[in-house]
Design a protein around this ligand. Sequence first.
Ligand code: PLP
Length: 510
Amino acid sequence: MAGAGKIRRIGMASVQSHKNQPDPNVPHPLVPLIFEESVPGRRGIDLAPREFGSRPAADLIGPQLCRDSLPGMPEVSEPQVLRHFLRLSQLNFAQALQFYPLGSCTMKYNPVLNDECAGLPGFAALHPHTPAHLAQGALELIAELERALMEISGMDAVSLHPAAGAQGELSGLLIIRAWHQQRGHPRHKVIIPDTAHGTNPASSALAGFDVIVARSGKKGLLEAAEIRRLMSDDVAALMVTNPSTLGIFETEIREIADVLHEHGAMLYLDGANFNALLGVAKPGDMGADVVQFNLHKTFSTPHGGGGPGAGPIGVKQHLEPFLPLPRVAKGPQGWYLDTNRPHSIGKLRSFYGNFGMLVRAYAYILALGADGLEQVSRRAILAANYVRERLREHYPSATDEPVMHECVLTHELEKKGVTTLDIAKRLLDFGIHPPTIYFPLVVHGALMIEPTETESRQHLDEFVAAMEQIHAEALEDPQLLKDAPHTLALKRIDEAMAARHPILRWQPKK
Ligand SMILES: *Cc1c(COP(=O)(O)O)cnc(C)c1O
């Protein structure tokens, strides 16, 4: 790390140490922590005297709630703050900066218009405790978005309450559990195919179910015969993504739904892959009893790096009474939030969800309309099939079935000592975010590519060219790939250590 601490240049071409594992006690040298920039007494802005009107704050809220100082806060100027966060942002990969074909995540362009709408003062400044009669527009927007999602999915009722796809899954499973309980026959098992997204078994466990794994058939598809084989009267539901995580359409889904219903079980359809279905197929028609929508995937609200998400759920009529609280309803006085619903599974989060996300998704749906949404899916499917065909020679597809909005590819470079991770890391040098890798688990060394509809053919061709070049490099100079990325501030990071021993609090040096 010689001299690295002095480097302040930020950008793709910064030179970095060759050590694979950064010392966890040494902060990233290219962007000092804002605490390290701190100079005692430096001020960014002048705050007005700590008073409200003529009364000191201590009189209003009590002296025990007022601090004399803020220990541990960085003391920096306003330009320092701006530079610090702008630098950090430039170390990031973002859909707004690069092609981002991260399979299963639908990293499409998020129209700026959505942000404009969400920033309108009537929406952005609305306090969550605003009484209903002063928030009629917002409540109506919620009801309208629910209606749009009902139409898109073919479900009978929608709740926008859950905060993410995974929380939508949990809500849906709690609803299914409550339904079985109400019928006097609690059930304990959920069937999940071996291609499933990791959140599916996790949500099932959280909702108190044991998981039974269904094996996909030869074509990578789930077969009704397999579900029939696993059925018992202790099975509460099947949880399945359609299209599956292999990017292929589950053609036996209707028959599978019939098998489930014959046995009094429910079909939970994980709708994270809705980008392939808009205006083309409806989970409601496939026999789904519950579906979740990932607004941050299909409906172009930002993937917030852990920030606000939204994972609405849709249900068929028999499950409507169980939807989470509150429900937006209309009475003689107009729209209101209904909490008087005795069968509801209750609240899963504060208020009514991440309202700003709901405004963005609504703006997106209105801007595109029915025709536009159908175009979204048709073009997303075209893009995935185009990439798959163009890469076929060196990166064969994991399945012969036509793909939907994403394709799962493999390769034979392991013979050269080159792994999927090496390919992914090398793509960063081309300014391309890697695809999802090693998932689904059923495909060895998988590269799961989801180009989305918002990339032009030119960008898809650039991606194909990068993948071809990487293949050639792997044959000629595998070490080049093993050492990649060469152009980023950080090289290979010890991801297990980052996850197991995160440093979440800055400690001043003694
Ligand atoms: C993304 C995804 C989820 C989880 O959604 P989050 O919003 O990330 O919680 C579930 N299932 C599938 C198939 C997904 O792709």
